[in-house]
Design a protein around this ligand. Sequence first.
Ligand SMILES: CC(C)(COP(=O)(O)OP(=O)(O)OC[C@H]1O[C@@H](n2cnc3c(N)ncnc32)[C@H](O)[C@@H]1OP(=O)(O)O)[C@@H](O)C(=O)NCCC(=O)NCCS
Length: 181
Amino acid sequence: MNNIIPIRSGITLTPFSSGDQNNLIQYLNDPSIQANTANIPVPYTRKDADEWLQHTADLFHQHGAHYNLAIRHEQYGVIGGIGAFLRTGLQGHSDEIGYWLAAPFRGQGIMPEAVRAFCQWLFEVRPALVRIEARVYTFNDPSSRVLEKVGFHKEGLLRKATKKQEKLIDTYLWSLLRGEI
Ligand SMILES: CC(C)(COP(=O)(O)OP(=O)(O)OC[C@H]1O[C@@H](n2cnc3c(N)ncnc32)[C@H](O)[C@@H]1OP(=O)(O)O)[C@@H](O)C(=O)NCCC(=O)NCCS
């Protein structure tokens, strides 16, 4: 399954591909992305970009579909990313999503549209999925706004739930149930 999901004029969700390294390096060298996500380092090097592209290729072979997608601008190339951590077994009804958008493109409502389209697609292709979760650090108001605009429910505060560089970060748990979108 080589999915391409339309977002708005000139912007689609597509698989990552070789050739995306330069944009990843340009846009992910951003402390605001590092501060608000779990695993994106700064400095973000060519090795990090190569490893990410290899990781997405490995996951494609494992799952038979791309569940980590680039937010791709027809003129500028990759400007962001959105992906699902697929759960299995007893947790197979509940995936978790994560996302980032390059700084020059923020504040235009791109991410709410991307999250909405991605969640609709995820519910379609994963019939057993009942619930999509997102975890947002309590200081990340823009990301909480994105989820609110899409229709996610804020379920609660997970106290000191995230360990990051030896700091324990309070984290909100948001969820969207099938039928709520
Ligand atoms: C969170 C993020 C994805 C938002 O994407 P976006 O497409 O800018 O979302 P929106 O345009 O809907 O803006 C959401 C909110 O961000 C804030 N915002 C607006 N312009 C902004 C700007 N230029 N820069 C930062 N935040 C801005 C506003 O509070 C806005 O809410 P409002 O529409 O009610 O005013 C983006 O800021 C980002 O990638 N941040 C760093 C990585 C991150 O936090 N990822 C999520 C981890 S849970």
